[in-house]
Design a protein. Structure first.
Length: 94
């Protein structure tokens, strides 16, 4: 994710994103919710690693086959379920 991404929908909408590779979110980028969309209705299914850059804001439920890394000042509104490792470097998870 190289720039901000917006999920627009109601509280009843469910978003499912799947990738067979790695998901990288660039520093200072945001996952934005609008129109009533909820973080707990966004599912990121990732077969590789998830890496969230410095000061980036991720939202949703991360279902990760390998590991997750949140670097300094990054944050997540949601949950992380990883099979091997979850590394938080002064990150905020709510």
């Amino acid at each position: 994710i190289n720039s901000d991404i917006t999920f627009k929908g109601s509280a009843d909408n469910i978003f499912i994103l799947q990738t067979t590779g790695t998901l990288m979110q660039a520093a200072s980028t945001n996952v934005i919710l609008s129109g009533g969309a909820l973080a707990n209705n966004i599912f990121w299914q990732v077969a590789g690693t998830v890496w969230v850059g410095d000061s980036a804001v991720m939202q949703g439920i991360l279902l990760v086959k390998t590991n997750v890394v949140f670097v300094t000042s990054s944050s997540l509104v949601g949950r992380i379920l990883a099979q091997t490792e979850c590394a938080l470097q002064k990150a905020t998870i709510t």
